[in-house]
Design a protein. Sequence first.
Length: 144
Amino acid sequence: MASKSETVLQALYVALAATLPPGATLLRNTVLPERVPAGGIMILRDGDPGAPEALMSPPLYVYEHRAQIDVLVEAPEDAREAAFDGLKLAIHAALDLDRTLGGACDYAIGEAPAPINIAIDGAEGFKAATIAVVLTYATPDPLL
């Protein structure tokens, strides 16, 4: 049996995989690979569950867990913006299809990214951002 937080993160990963654009790659909790796929890459990171709101009768801990999705695109300038926007829209689509992620959480919502452009001499430029996804869920024990 997986913990509640792991169940929610796995459900988010499955939802993201279902809306992933062609040519893009989705990973979880890994270092950035040496090469960025043509369609870009999303890396789901567990993030921070934060301090829960505790209810005592019966015991219930309500979390607003902030998972993070690192989004990175390496492409010529004319294609970079569209590829980045495609990944951002894929995250929106994954969340919009089912805000409960199949019943794994009470509500999931993404936050607006603050993208940056990275220029590298002799290579295509990068566009990157970390997009937070707030996952609201409750569990009877912080370790469950």
